[in-house]
Design a protein around this ligand. Structure first.
Ligand SMILES: O=C(O)CCC(=O)C(=O)O
Ligand SMILES: [Fe+2]
Length: 387
Protein backbone atom coordinates (compact mmCIF):
# COMPACT_ATOMS: atom_id res chain seq x y z
CA UNK A 1 0.00 0.00 0.00
CA UNK A 2 2.91 2.31 0.68
CA UNK A 3 4.00 3.00 -2.90
CA UNK A 4 2.64 5.99 -4.77
CA UNK A 5 2.41 4.39 -8.17
CA UNK A 6 -0.03 6.77 -9.75
CA UNK A 7 2.68 9.41 -9.62
CA UNK A 8 4.67 7.56 -12.29
CA UNK A 9 2.08 5.40 -14.00
CA UNK A 10 0.69 5.85 -17.47
CA UNK A 11 -2.03 3.28 -16.89
CA UNK A 12 -4.10 1.93 -14.00
CA UNK A 13 -4.09 -1.63 -12.56
CA UNK A 14 -6.10 -4.52 -13.99
CA UNK A 15 -7.54 -6.76 -11.25
CA UNK A 16 -8.68 -10.28 -12.04
CA UNK A 17 -11.91 -11.28 -10.26
CA UNK A 18 -11.20 -14.94 -11.09
CA UNK A 19 -8.70 -14.83 -8.23
CA UNK A 20 -11.55 -14.51 -5.72
CA UNK A 21 -14.77 -15.46 -7.47
CA UNK A 22 -14.03 -18.35 -9.82
CA UNK A 23 -14.39 -21.65 -7.91
CA UNK A 24 -12.14 -23.50 -10.38
CA UNK A 25 -9.34 -20.93 -10.31
CA UNK A 26 -9.26 -19.28 -6.91
CA UNK A 27 -6.87 -20.47 -4.22
CA UNK A 28 -5.92 -19.18 -0.79
CA UNK A 29 -2.85 -17.56 -2.35
CA UNK A 30 -4.78 -15.98 -5.22
CA UNK A 31 -7.20 -14.39 -2.74
CA UNK A 32 -4.35 -12.92 -0.68
CA UNK A 33 -2.80 -11.61 -3.88
CA UNK A 34 -6.09 -10.07 -5.00
CA UNK A 35 -6.70 -8.35 -1.66
CA UNK A 36 -3.21 -6.90 -1.80
CA UNK A 37 -3.73 -5.58 -5.33
CA UNK A 38 -7.15 -4.22 -4.37
CA UNK A 39 -5.68 -2.32 -1.43
CA UNK A 40 -3.03 -0.71 -3.65
CA UNK A 41 -5.62 0.10 -6.34
CA UNK A 42 -8.05 1.72 -3.87
CA UNK A 43 -5.37 3.63 -2.03
CA UNK A 44 -3.18 4.81 -4.92
CA UNK A 45 -5.54 5.00 -7.90
CA UNK A 46 -9.25 4.93 -6.99
CA UNK A 47 -9.80 3.92 -10.62
CA UNK A 48 -8.92 0.53 -12.10
CA UNK A 49 -10.05 -2.30 -14.34
CA UNK A 50 -11.91 -5.41 -13.14
CA UNK A 51 -11.64 -8.34 -15.50
CA UNK A 52 -13.57 -11.62 -15.45
CA UNK A 53 -16.78 -10.41 -13.78
CA UNK A 54 -18.76 -13.35 -12.34
CA UNK A 55 -21.59 -13.35 -14.89
CA UNK A 56 -22.17 -14.45 -18.46
CA UNK A 57 -20.29 -12.16 -20.84
CA UNK A 58 -23.36 -12.14 -23.10
CA UNK A 59 -24.80 -9.66 -20.58
CA UNK A 60 -22.38 -7.08 -21.98
CA UNK A 61 -23.38 -7.71 -25.59
CA UNK A 62 -27.08 -7.77 -24.64
CA UNK A 63 -27.01 -4.42 -22.91
CA UNK A 64 -24.90 -2.93 -25.68
CA UNK A 65 -27.40 -4.10 -28.28
CA UNK A 66 -30.41 -2.77 -26.36
CA UNK A 67 -28.66 0.56 -25.75
CA UNK A 68 -27.88 1.00 -29.44
CA UNK A 69 -31.52 0.20 -30.23
CA UNK A 70 -32.62 2.85 -27.76
CA UNK A 71 -30.52 5.57 -29.40
CA UNK A 72 -30.93 4.45 -33.02
CA UNK A 73 -34.39 2.86 -33.29
CA UNK A 74 -36.56 4.76 -30.81
CA UNK A 75 -38.10 7.79 -32.57
CA UNK A 76 -37.50 11.20 -30.98
CA UNK A 77 -41.16 11.64 -29.96
CA UNK A 78 -40.93 8.36 -27.99
CA UNK A 79 -37.72 9.52 -26.31
CA UNK A 80 -39.44 12.79 -25.40
CA UNK A 81 -42.26 10.84 -23.70
CA UNK A 82 -39.72 9.59 -21.17
CA UNK A 83 -37.77 12.86 -20.99
CA UNK A 84 -36.21 13.70 -17.62
CA UNK A 85 -38.48 16.73 -17.41
CA UNK A 86 -41.33 14.23 -16.92
CA UNK A 87 -39.65 12.64 -13.89
CA UNK A 88 -39.44 14.39 -10.55
CA UNK A 89 -37.10 11.53 -9.59
CA UNK A 90 -34.30 12.59 -11.97
CA UNK A 91 -34.73 9.52 -14.15
CA UNK A 92 -35.38 9.23 -17.87
CA UNK A 93 -33.90 10.64 -21.06
CA UNK A 94 -31.82 13.77 -21.49
CA UNK A 95 -30.86 15.10 -24.89
CA UNK A 96 -27.73 16.90 -26.03
CA UNK A 97 -27.00 19.97 -23.99
CA UNK A 98 -29.43 19.15 -21.14
CA UNK A 99 -26.72 18.54 -18.52
CA UNK A 100 -23.92 20.71 -17.22
CA UNK A 101 -20.65 19.81 -15.45
CA UNK A 102 -18.33 22.55 -14.19
CA UNK A 103 -20.68 25.08 -15.90
CA UNK A 104 -20.04 23.66 -19.37
CA UNK A 105 -22.27 21.62 -21.62
CA UNK A 106 -21.73 17.89 -21.59
CA UNK A 107 -21.93 16.71 -25.19
CA UNK A 108 -23.82 13.57 -24.50
CA UNK A 109 -27.25 12.09 -24.76
CA UNK A 110 -28.30 9.76 -21.99
CA UNK A 111 -31.02 7.75 -20.39
CA UNK A 112 -31.05 6.93 -16.71
CA UNK A 113 -32.75 4.09 -14.85
CA UNK A 114 -32.72 3.05 -11.22
CA UNK A 115 -33.61 0.03 -9.15
CA UNK A 116 -37.40 0.06 -9.51
CA UNK A 117 -38.91 1.77 -6.45
CA UNK A 118 -42.36 3.19 -5.63
CA UNK A 119 -43.16 6.92 -5.43
CA UNK A 120 -41.91 7.91 -1.96
CA UNK A 121 -44.22 9.20 0.78
CA UNK A 122 -43.35 12.82 1.53
CA UNK A 123 -44.69 14.25 4.80
CA UNK A 124 -43.06 17.69 4.83
CA UNK A 125 -40.83 19.94 2.72
CA UNK A 126 -37.84 18.62 4.71
CA UNK A 127 -38.48 15.25 3.12
CA UNK A 128 -38.55 16.39 -0.50
CA UNK A 129 -35.11 14.81 -0.93
CA UNK A 130 -36.80 11.38 -0.82
CA UNK A 131 -37.89 12.10 -4.39
CA UNK A 132 -34.41 11.19 -5.64
CA UNK A 133 -35.82 7.68 -5.59
CA UNK A 134 -38.89 6.58 -7.50
CA UNK A 135 -40.30 4.62 -10.42
CA UNK A 136 -38.58 4.48 -13.81
CA UNK A 137 -39.85 5.87 -17.08
CA UNK A 138 -39.56 2.97 -19.55
CA UNK A 139 -39.54 3.34 -23.33
CA UNK A 140 -42.39 1.91 -25.40
CA UNK A 141 -41.97 -1.88 -25.25
CA UNK A 142 -43.71 -2.40 -28.59
CA UNK A 143 -40.76 -0.62 -30.20
CA UNK A 144 -38.10 -1.93 -27.83
CA UNK A 145 -39.16 -5.40 -26.67
CA UNK A 146 -36.78 -6.93 -24.07
CA UNK A 147 -35.31 -3.53 -23.24
CA UNK A 148 -36.75 -3.33 -19.72
CA UNK A 149 -35.83 -6.95 -18.91
CA UNK A 150 -32.26 -6.49 -20.11
CA UNK A 151 -31.73 -3.28 -18.17
CA UNK A 152 -33.33 -4.68 -15.00
CA UNK A 153 -31.22 -7.82 -15.21
CA UNK A 154 -28.00 -5.80 -15.69
CA UNK A 155 -28.82 -3.55 -12.72
CA UNK A 156 -29.48 -6.65 -10.56
CA UNK A 157 -26.26 -8.32 -11.68
CA UNK A 158 -24.10 -5.27 -10.99
CA UNK A 159 -25.85 -4.62 -7.67
CA UNK A 160 -24.76 -8.13 -6.59
CA UNK A 161 -21.23 -7.42 -7.79
CA UNK A 162 -21.24 -4.14 -5.83
CA UNK A 163 -22.13 -6.05 -2.63
CA UNK A 164 -19.28 -8.49 -3.30
CA UNK A 165 -16.82 -5.65 -3.87
CA UNK A 166 -17.98 -3.86 -0.73
CA UNK A 167 -17.10 -6.96 1.33
CA UNK A 168 -13.71 -7.34 -0.37
CA UNK A 169 -12.99 -3.67 0.35
CA UNK A 170 -13.89 -4.21 4.00
CA UNK A 171 -11.66 -7.26 4.14
CA UNK A 172 -8.65 -5.50 2.65
CA UNK A 173 -9.08 -2.47 4.94
CA UNK A 174 -9.58 -4.59 8.04
CA UNK A 175 -13.13 -3.30 8.58
CA UNK A 176 -15.55 -5.93 9.99
CA UNK A 177 -17.31 -7.57 7.05
CA UNK A 178 -20.91 -6.40 6.73
CA UNK A 179 -20.34 -2.97 8.34
CA UNK A 180 -21.04 -0.96 5.18
CA UNK A 181 -24.18 -2.91 4.29
CA UNK A 182 -25.61 -2.72 7.79
CA UNK A 183 -24.97 1.02 8.09
CA UNK A 184 -25.65 2.26 4.58
CA UNK A 185 -27.79 -0.21 2.62
CA UNK A 186 -31.53 -0.74 2.75
CA UNK A 187 -33.00 -4.14 1.98
CA UNK A 188 -33.73 -2.96 -1.56
CA UNK A 189 -30.84 -0.57 -2.02
CA UNK A 190 -31.12 1.68 -5.02
CA UNK A 191 -28.52 1.68 -7.76
CA UNK A 192 -28.54 3.77 -10.94
CA UNK A 193 -27.67 2.98 -14.51
CA UNK A 194 -26.77 5.67 -17.02
CA UNK A 195 -26.62 4.70 -20.69
CA UNK A 196 -24.67 7.37 -22.48
CA UNK A 197 -24.03 8.21 -26.12
CA UNK A 198 -21.27 10.69 -26.90
CA UNK A 199 -22.00 11.62 -30.50
CA UNK A 200 -19.38 12.08 -33.15
CA UNK A 201 -19.77 15.86 -33.48
CA UNK A 202 -18.70 15.80 -37.11
CA UNK A 203 -22.35 15.12 -37.91
CA UNK A 204 -23.78 17.74 -35.56
CA UNK A 205 -22.36 21.08 -36.63
CA UNK A 206 -25.81 22.71 -37.02
CA UNK A 207 -26.96 21.59 -33.56
CA UNK A 208 -23.77 22.96 -31.99
CA UNK A 209 -24.30 26.36 -33.64
CA UNK A 210 -27.93 26.45 -32.48
CA UNK A 211 -27.15 25.53 -28.86
CA UNK A 212 -24.29 28.05 -28.82
CA UNK A 213 -26.71 30.72 -30.09
CA UNK A 214 -29.40 29.79 -27.53
CA UNK A 215 -26.91 29.97 -24.67
CA UNK A 216 -25.21 33.04 -26.06
CA UNK A 217 -21.69 31.78 -25.44
CA UNK A 218 -18.98 29.93 -27.37
CA UNK A 219 -18.90 26.25 -26.51
CA UNK A 220 -16.16 23.87 -25.50
CA UNK A 221 -16.95 20.98 -27.80
CA UNK A 222 -14.33 18.63 -26.39
CA UNK A 223 -16.27 18.04 -23.19
CA UNK A 224 -18.10 14.71 -23.29
CA UNK A 225 -18.36 15.05 -19.55
CA UNK A 226 -16.30 17.59 -17.67
CA UNK A 227 -13.82 16.73 -14.92
CA UNK A 228 -15.54 15.49 -11.79
CA UNK A 229 -15.53 12.88 -9.08
CA UNK A 230 -18.49 10.53 -8.72
CA UNK A 231 -20.70 11.17 -5.69
CA UNK A 232 -21.87 7.64 -5.10
CA UNK A 233 -20.27 4.74 -3.22
CA UNK A 234 -18.74 3.01 -6.22
CA UNK A 235 -19.10 3.06 -9.99
CA UNK A 236 -18.72 0.33 -12.62
CA UNK A 237 -18.23 1.65 -16.15
CA UNK A 238 -18.68 -0.56 -19.19
CA UNK A 239 -17.06 1.13 -22.20
CA UNK A 240 -19.05 -0.48 -25.00
CA UNK A 241 -17.27 1.03 -28.03
CA UNK A 242 -13.62 1.27 -28.91
CA UNK A 243 -12.88 4.95 -28.16
CA UNK A 244 -9.92 6.21 -26.19
CA UNK A 245 -11.93 8.99 -24.49
CA UNK A 246 -12.01 8.28 -20.76
CA UNK A 247 -9.20 9.82 -18.70
CA UNK A 248 -8.21 10.08 -15.02
CA UNK A 249 -5.99 12.61 -13.32
CA UNK A 250 -2.87 11.32 -11.57
CA UNK A 251 -1.40 12.75 -8.35
CA UNK A 252 0.48 15.44 -10.29
CA UNK A 253 -2.48 16.61 -12.35
CA UNK A 254 -1.58 14.74 -15.57
CA UNK A 255 -4.26 12.89 -17.52
CA UNK A 256 -3.96 9.11 -17.91
CA UNK A 257 -5.93 7.36 -20.67
CA UNK A 258 -8.30 4.55 -19.71
CA UNK A 259 -8.86 2.78 -23.05
CA UNK A 260 -11.59 0.15 -23.21
CA UNK A 261 -10.61 -3.47 -22.57
CA UNK A 262 -13.12 -5.98 -23.88
CA UNK A 263 -15.48 -7.58 -21.32
CA UNK A 264 -13.85 -5.62 -18.52
CA UNK A 265 -15.40 -3.10 -16.15
CA UNK A 266 -13.75 0.07 -14.96
CA UNK A 267 -14.15 0.57 -11.21
CA UNK A 268 -14.25 4.09 -9.76
CA UNK A 269 -14.27 4.96 -6.05
CA UNK A 270 -17.05 7.47 -5.31
CA UNK A 271 -16.82 10.39 -2.88
CA UNK A 272 -19.07 8.54 -0.42
CA UNK A 273 -16.64 5.63 -0.19
CA UNK A 274 -13.73 8.04 0.17
CA UNK A 275 -15.51 9.82 3.02
CA UNK A 276 -16.61 6.78 5.02
CA UNK A 277 -13.16 5.14 4.72
CA UNK A 278 -11.53 8.39 5.86
CA UNK A 279 -9.62 8.64 2.57
CA UNK A 280 -8.24 5.07 2.55
CA UNK A 281 -10.10 4.71 -0.75
CA UNK A 282 -9.44 7.65 -3.00
CA UNK A 283 -11.99 9.15 -5.36
CA UNK A 284 -10.25 10.15 -8.55
CA UNK A 285 -11.00 13.03 -10.91
CA UNK A 286 -11.97 11.85 -14.37
CA UNK A 287 -13.46 13.17 -17.60
CA UNK A 288 -14.57 12.04 -21.03
CA UNK A 289 -13.49 13.68 -24.26
CA UNK A 290 -15.86 13.78 -27.23
CA UNK A 291 -14.94 11.28 -29.95
CA UNK A 292 -12.38 12.43 -32.49
CA UNK A 293 -14.40 13.59 -35.55
CA UNK A 294 -15.00 10.66 -37.87
CA UNK A 295 -14.55 8.01 -35.13
CA UNK A 296 -18.28 7.43 -34.71
CA UNK A 297 -20.41 7.68 -31.57
CA UNK A 298 -19.06 6.46 -28.24
CA UNK A 299 -21.33 4.31 -26.05
CA UNK A 300 -20.71 3.92 -22.34
CA UNK A 301 -22.86 2.33 -19.64
CA UNK A 302 -22.18 3.47 -16.09
CA UNK A 303 -23.56 1.77 -13.00
CA UNK A 304 -23.58 3.76 -9.75
CA UNK A 305 -24.08 2.06 -6.38
CA UNK A 306 -25.75 4.61 -4.15
CA UNK A 307 -26.39 4.33 -0.42
CA UNK A 308 -29.45 4.68 1.79
CA UNK A 309 -30.53 8.30 1.39
CA UNK A 310 -32.07 8.33 4.87
CA UNK A 311 -28.84 7.36 6.62
CA UNK A 312 -26.63 9.86 8.40
CA UNK A 313 -23.08 10.07 7.14
CA UNK A 314 -20.56 8.55 9.47
CA UNK A 315 -17.02 7.29 9.17
CA UNK A 316 -15.79 3.73 9.60
CA UNK A 317 -12.89 2.68 11.85
CA UNK A 318 -9.56 2.78 10.01
CA UNK A 319 -6.30 1.38 11.45
CA UNK A 320 -3.79 3.94 12.68
CA UNK A 321 -1.03 2.76 10.32
CA UNK A 322 -3.36 3.27 7.33
CA UNK A 323 -4.24 6.76 8.56
CA UNK A 324 -0.55 7.61 8.61
CA UNK A 325 -0.09 6.34 5.06
CA UNK A 326 -3.07 8.45 3.98
CA UNK A 327 -1.42 11.56 5.44
CA UNK A 328 1.82 10.78 3.63
CA UNK A 329 0.03 10.11 0.34
CA UNK A 330 -2.05 13.27 0.52
CA UNK A 331 0.96 15.46 1.23
CA UNK A 332 2.39 14.30 -2.12
CA UNK A 333 -0.56 14.90 -4.41
CA UNK A 334 -2.04 18.06 -5.78
CA UNK A 335 -5.46 19.06 -4.49
CA UNK A 336 -8.11 19.58 -7.09
CA UNK A 337 -10.81 22.18 -6.89
CA UNK A 338 -13.72 21.22 -9.05
CA UNK A 339 -16.70 23.55 -9.15
CA UNK A 340 -19.13 24.08 -6.30
CA UNK A 341 -20.91 21.06 -4.82
CA UNK A 342 -23.26 20.88 -1.86
CA UNK A 343 -21.49 18.99 0.92
CA UNK A 344 -23.09 16.52 3.27
CA UNK A 345 -24.44 18.13 6.41
CA UNK A 346 -23.61 15.68 9.20
CA UNK A 347 -26.96 16.34 10.93
CA UNK A 348 -29.16 15.73 7.94
CA UNK A 349 -29.88 12.58 5.96
CA UNK A 350 -27.35 12.00 3.19
CA UNK A 351 -30.07 12.34 0.54
CA UNK A 352 -30.44 16.01 1.35
CA UNK A 353 -27.20 17.14 -0.32
CA UNK A 354 -27.58 14.57 -3.12
CA UNK A 355 -30.97 16.16 -3.88
CA UNK A 356 -29.50 19.68 -4.02
CA UNK A 357 -26.69 18.55 -6.35
CA UNK A 358 -29.16 16.74 -8.60
CA UNK A 359 -31.25 19.90 -9.02
CA UNK A 360 -28.09 21.89 -9.65
CA UNK A 361 -27.22 19.53 -12.56
CA UNK A 362 -30.82 19.44 -13.81
CA UNK A 363 -32.17 22.99 -13.35
CA UNK A 364 -35.12 22.42 -15.68
CA UNK A 365 -36.37 19.55 -13.52
CA UNK A 366 -35.79 21.80 -10.49
CA UNK A 367 -37.78 24.68 -12.01
CA UNK A 368 -40.74 22.41 -12.77
CA UNK A 369 -41.00 20.41 -9.53
CA UNK A 370 -38.95 22.21 -6.89
CA UNK A 371 -38.94 25.95 -7.70
CA UNK A 372 -38.32 27.05 -4.08
CA UNK A 373 -35.38 24.67 -3.72
CA UNK A 374 -33.96 25.81 -7.07
CA UNK A 375 -34.10 29.43 -5.89
CA UNK A 376 -32.16 28.50 -2.75
CA UNK A 377 -29.58 26.58 -4.82
CA UNK A 378 -29.04 29.47 -7.21
CA UNK A 379 -28.47 31.85 -4.30
CA UNK A 380 -25.95 29.47 -2.71
CA UNK A 381 -24.11 28.93 -6.02
CA UNK A 382 -23.92 32.72 -6.55
CA UNK A 383 -22.56 33.19 -3.01
CA UNK A 384 -19.93 30.46 -3.58
CA UNK A 385 -18.72 32.08 -6.79
CA UNK A 386 -18.29 35.41 -4.93
CA UNK A 387 -15.73 33.83 -2.60
O1 LIG B 1 -18.67 7.72 -20.09
C1 LIG B 1 -17.89 7.25 -19.26
O2 LIG B 1 -17.12 6.34 -19.58
C2 LIG B 1 -17.85 7.75 -17.84
C3 LIG B 1 -18.99 8.67 -17.48
C4 LIG B 1 -18.84 9.31 -16.13
O3 LIG B 1 -17.77 9.52 -15.62
C5 LIG B 1 -20.05 9.66 -15.35
O4 LIG B 1 -21.15 9.69 -15.93
O5 LIG B 1 -19.93 9.92 -14.13
FE1 LIG C 1 -17.96 9.85 -13.48
Amino acid sequence: MGSLNIGQADSVPILDLDKVLNPTKQTKESKVEFLHELQDALFNYGFFYLKNPPFKLSKFSNIKQQSLKFFNDLPLDEKIKIHGINSKHFLGYNGLGDELTASNIDWREQVEFGTELPVPKINSSDELYKNIEGPNLWPNDLILPNFKETITDYIDELSSLARILVRLIEETLNIPIGTIESNFFKQIQQAKLKIIKYPDLENLQDEIKQISKDLNKPLNINQGVGEHRDNDLLTFIYQATNHNSLQVKDFHGNWINIPPIENTLVFAVGLTLEFITQGACISTVHRVLTPIPGEGDRLSISFFQTINIDSIKKILPIDQYIKELIKKRDSQRIQNKIGFQFQVDGNKPIGYSVFLNRIKSHPKVGAKYYPEVLKYIQEEVAKASDI
